[in-house]
Design a protein around this ligand. Structure first.
Ligand SMILES: [Zn+2]
Length: 268
């Protein structure tokens, strides 16, 4: 297992704790949902573990993806500092409004073109039970997923905090080839919200999402380090096994690359 460090992979995906994931692709380093605080209380949420890799050990970063800015398990205090000091943040329109001048807010299916040739397309995400959708079209708060595409690189789907398999089916329909899926599991639940029902995929539903996408490689994040996560990595592994999908699950210790140096059509 190779530890995530300043050394960039030609292609790499690795989780460093909670939702926080590093993606190296097309010469760029992308960090998803930065959280770097030590264990702490945030009122209704309790963080039980700090990051496996400190922010300083990542070196320069090119893009930070913030699926939503409202919840500390996806963007904590030092994660917010990390994001706003990066050259570019992509998030929801409401997130971009509070994250400053380097942030761009994307609506679902809006496409962002990076000068390097990379494109990032925002996807929908539903952060809780489908019967709780507001007239504005979201549950809990506005959340984005992201589809990352670049010449000669695997296509990566970043799901964000999403509990809806319909959303995943729509992503699969619009983007039939997703080489790597980064999905948030954990079965997050908060007693005060929606009858304590899951706000993100449970282990079984993250395996179902992987089946719908048909991706040959799947990395699961957002399943450790917080008290409100019901399902951990062992639950995810069992669920993928139950679904007959254990071979696609790329698990690694936090802080090391789950996938590295993969080229499209030549899965590692
Ligand atoms: Zn959230």
């Amino acid at each position: 297992m190779t530890a995530i460090s300043t050394d960039r992979q030609s292609f790499g995906v690795g989780v460093i704790g909670g939702p926080t994931t590093v993606i190296d692709l097309h010469g760029l380093r992308i960090v998803v949902d930065p959280t770097f605080d030590p264990p702490a209380d945030y009122g209704y949420l309790h963080k039980t573990a700090g990051p496996a890799v400190p922010a300083a050990a990542l070196g320069d970063v090119d893009v930070v993806l913030v699926s939503h800015s409202q919840h500390p398990d996806n963007l904590d205090t030092s994660g917010r500092e990390f994001a706003v000091s990066s050259p570019l943040i992509l998030s929801t329109p409401s997130g971009a409004a509070e994250l400053g001048p380097r942030a761009a807010g994307l609506t679902p299916w809006e496409r962002f073109s990076h000068p390097s040739g990379l494109t990032i397309t925002a996807t929908p995400a539903l952060h809780g039970p489908a019967d709780e959708v507001t007239p504005e079209g979201y549950v809990n708060c506005e959340v984005r997923g992201f589809l990352i595409e670049a010449p000669d690189s695997p296509t990566v789907y970043v799901g964000g905090d999403n509990a809806s398999l319909s959303v995943v089916a729509e992503v699969a329909r619009r983007s039939p080839r997703i080489d790597v899926a980064l999905l948030n599991g954990g079965g997050a639940h908060v007693p005060s919200k929606y009858d304590d029902r899951p706000l993100t995929f449970t282990a079984d539903r993250v395996a179902a999402a992987a089946e719908i996408l048909g991706s040959p490689r799947v990395v699961v994040a957002h399943q450790d380090g917080w008290q409100h996560f019901a399902d951990g990595p062992a639950d995810t592994r069992r669920a993928f096994h139950r679904a007959g999908l254990e071979a696609v699950l790329r698990a690694a210790p936090l802080g090391s690359w789950s996938i590295s140096d993969v080229t499209p059509g030549n899965p590692a």
